[in-house]
Structures are given as structure tokens and as C-alpha cells.
Design a protein around this ligand. Structure first.
Ligand code: ADP
Ligand code: MG
Length: 253
């Protein structure tokens, strides 16, 4: 993607758990405004790649640059502040907070508590802004009717939707989504597709771990394929089925 701003650059990234070398010499970049699918068989390292880029796992080797700045050794909170948000493959939600409260709490990740407390006049303003934003995002991701339920009472699919809401509360430039439609009711799936396309049209860069090929073809303009910790392909979704290394990855060749 030579004529797009290189938003994210991953160079020689490596990660092992004990003797299990999960990611090895991973290199790729993501252009601003792209919507990229991250594919690969189970256990190929997709979630680990998201975890290392977003600071949830320390990297062993290599570099991660975001807007030209090294972020590979920053913690998760610092990376969210830079503008990269993520969702989880299996979101766990608290039982003591409502859906609305969880969404509003996500806004504070980019504005520290002390910053808010030390600026008395700003508290109500910030709270009202968070409430407005949470209300709008819960509507866009079809959760308005459950906003007062405990977040833990949501279905698996609804928790994924709430995870997307939380990621968006901090106004990120890039969101990395870990299997956003796995386990989601088919009726909701199309709504997620439309929501992600809409976000991308508004300029948001998206990296999406996904197995569903219909989803990939509908949403992504490029795919990156992982196989046993190596990137084996970067191509248009239509070219996946004729790519030898992709077929090998899935057939265990
Ligand atoms: P994928 O998301 O592609 O299915 P993962 O990144 O979840 O793959 O896992 C890749 C490999 O890394 C697997 O062998 C898994 O057991 C291992 N792994 C992932 N996370 C951890 C962890 N926190 N500790 C130890 N091993 C892990
Ligand atoms: Mg995974």
C-alpha cells in the first residue's frame, strides 16, 4: 500500500510462550483507512498477534510502530491512548455494572480519573459527553433495549457488540477485532457487518480476525494469513482460494 499512510508497521515481531514459538519474524503494515482481515487456522497466533500489538502481551523481539512511533514496549493503557483499541475473542463482562455503565466506564480510559476530579467544572461535562456517546453507540450496535441489564446477563453475541462499543468510546483511529461475529446470532451478524463498513467509511482503520469467508469477502479489501506464527500471504480476499500457501496452511501441508 505505497500511496497510503502507513499507520501501523510490524517488523520482525517474535513471541514465544516457554518453548512454544507462537510468532516468528512477523512483518506487515496497515495503511490508514484499510479494512484488513487476519486469517489463519486455530492456534496459528492470531490472538497473540493482537495481544502483542495492543500491549496485552510483552513482545520478545521486533518493533511495532504506530504513526511512525515505536509502541512495542508500551503497556495496554498507553497504546489505547495512542488511538489503537481492540476487542476480545471471549469478552467477559461485569455483573455489578449495567450495559450503559460499562460503556460509559470505557470513556475514562483516555481521560484519567484525577484529570477529571481536579477539574470540578469539567466533571459533569465529561460525564454528559460520555453518556451521549454511549447512548449513540449502544443504539448503533443494537443494544439500547438491554442498556439497563447487568452486562454479564448479555448473550455471547451481545457481549461482542458491547466490546465494540467499549472500543469505540475512546474515539480510536484503529480498532483490532478478535472474531467479532463468532457465536453471534445470524440476525445480528449482518448488523455488525454494516456497522463495521460504516465505521470504515468514516475513516476508521480496521483489522479483523475472522473465519467466516462470507464476512471476509463482504468486508475486507485485503487479507493477511498466519500459519504457525508466520505470515504466509497478503492478498485480496478473491485470491485466497488460489493461493498455494493459504491452502497449505488450512490443509496442514
Ligand atoms: P489463534 O488466535 O490463531 O487461534 P492463539 O494466538 O490464541 O491462536 O494461540 C497460538 C498459540 O499460542 C497456541 O499454541 C496457544 O496455546 C499459545 N498461547 C496463546 N496464549 C498463550 C498464553 N497466554 N500462554 C501460553 N500459551 C499461549
Ligand atoms: Mg484466537
Amino acid at each position: 500500500t505505497p500511496n497510503q499512510e502507513r499507520l501501523l508497521e510490524v517488523a520482525s515481531l517474535a513471541k514465544a510462550f516457554g518453548g512454544n514459538r507462537v510468532l516468528q519474524d512477523v512483518n506487515f503494515s496497515i495503511g490508514a483507512g484499510e479494512i484488513v482481515g487476519l486469517l489463519g487456522p486455530n492456534g496459528s497466533g492470531k490472538s497473540t498477534l493482537l495481544n502483542t500489538i495492543t500491549g496485552f502481551e510483552a513482545i520478545d523481539n521486533g518493533a511495532v510502530r504506530y504513526r511512525g512511533q515505536e509502541i512495542g514496549r508500551l503497556g495496554a493503557h498507553r497504546i489505547v491512548e495512542r488511538g489503537i483499541a481492540r476487542t476480545f475473542q471471549l469478552p467477559s463482562m461485569p455483573s455489578m455494572m449495567s450495559v450503559m455503565e460499562v460503556a460509559m466506564a470505557a470513556a475514562t480510559t483516555r481521560h484519567g480519573l484525577w484529570e477529571t476530579l481536579c477539574n470540578g467544572a469539567g466533571v459533569r461535562g465529561a460525564e454528559a459527553a460520555a453518556r451521549d456517546k454511549a447512548t449513540r453507540l449502544l443504539h448503533e450496535l443494537l443494544l439500547t433495549h438491554v442498556r439497563d441489564l447487568p452486562a454479564s446477563a448479555l448473550s455471547g453475541g451481545q457481549k461482542k457488540l458491547l466490546g465494540i462499543v467499549c472500543a469505540l468510546m475512546g474515539d480510536p483511529q484503529m480498532v483490532m477485532l478478535d472474531e467479532p461475529t463468532a457465536g453471534v446470532h445470524p440476525n445480528l451478524r449482518n448488523d455488525i457487518v454494516q456497522a463495521l463498513k460504516r465505521l470504515n467509511r468514516q475513516g476508521m482503520t480496521l483489522v479483523i480476525v475472522e473465519h467466516d469467508m462470507h464476512f471476509i469477502r463482504e468486508v475486507c479489501t485485503r487479507c493477511i494469513v498466519l500459519d504457525r506464527g508466520h505470515i504466509v500471504a497478503s492478498c485480496h480476499p478473491d485470491e485466497l482460494s488460489s493461493n498455494e500457501r493459504v491452502l497449505q496452511a488450512y490443509l496442514g501441508g
